[in-house]
Design a protein around this ligand. Structure first.
Ligand SMILES: CC(C)(COP(=O)(O)OP(=O)(O)OC[C@H]1O[C@@H](n2cnc3c(N)ncnc32)[C@H](O)[C@@H]1OP(=O)(O)O)[C@@H](O)C(=O)NCCC(=O)NCCS
Length: 149
């Protein structure tokens, strides 16, 4: 699916990190604070992209990496912009940037989060673990997934 013409994918920066934190608040019960996202701007082991539409953050992805291992921490898209290929495009931006740097990506996802699990499977992730009671608010198991890049 082509990304809509008014959408722009940008790396995290001083000018968009506030919008990123606001979107995290809208999407998650226990979001990272704006301070934490801001500190990631100075972290050389961090990679983040945001999809901007009309001056607001429509979606973002944030990963960390150590050696050749990438961890996908957060991927979210504002409700009104879902099912338009934005998550897929954000993932493509990360994999393009990490080409030749990382060979594998790990993530954890709430067991009940079928939209995300379906997305990750469609991106090539497979389940490689399960952690009961990993999440709080509400308590829930994590499904661990892995993808070769
Ligand atoms: C999961 C999430 C990031 C998907 O974002 P999105 O931009 O809507 O995803 P895309 O449009 O790129 O979808 C790509 C594919 O993912 C799968 N998918 C996405 N949403 C889905 C849903 N609600 N049900 C089933 N499959 C879904 C489909 O395979 C889809 O391809 P298709 O539209 O061609 O069928 C979004 O629903 C979201 O932000 N959820 C809340 C936050 C969250 O749970 N994040 C993940 C945990 S960190």
């Amino acid at each position: 699916m082509m990304l809509r013409a008014d959408a722009g994918i940008e790396m995290f920066s001083d000018s968009n990190i506030h919008a990123v934190a606001e979107l995290a608040k809208a999407c998650f019960t226990t979001p990272w604070s704006e301070d934490i996202y801001r500190r990631e701007l100075d972290n050389p082991q961090s990679v983040g992209f945001v999809c901007m539409i009309g001056g607001e953050a429509a979606g973002f992805i944030h990963c960390n990496f150590v050696l050749d291992e990438l961890t996908l921490n957060t991927l979210c898209v504002a409700e009104k912009y879902r099912r338009q290929g934005i998550a897929r495009a954000l993932w493509a931006a990360v994999t393009e940037m990490m080409q030749g740097v990382c060979s594998v990506c790990y993530l954890e996802v709430r067991e009940s989060n079928l939209p995300a699990r379906t997305l990750y499977e469609s991106l090539g992730f497979t389940q490689n673990g399960y952690r009961p009671r990993y999440y709080s608010q509400p308590d829930e198991a994590a499904v661990l997934m892995i993808c070769n890049l």
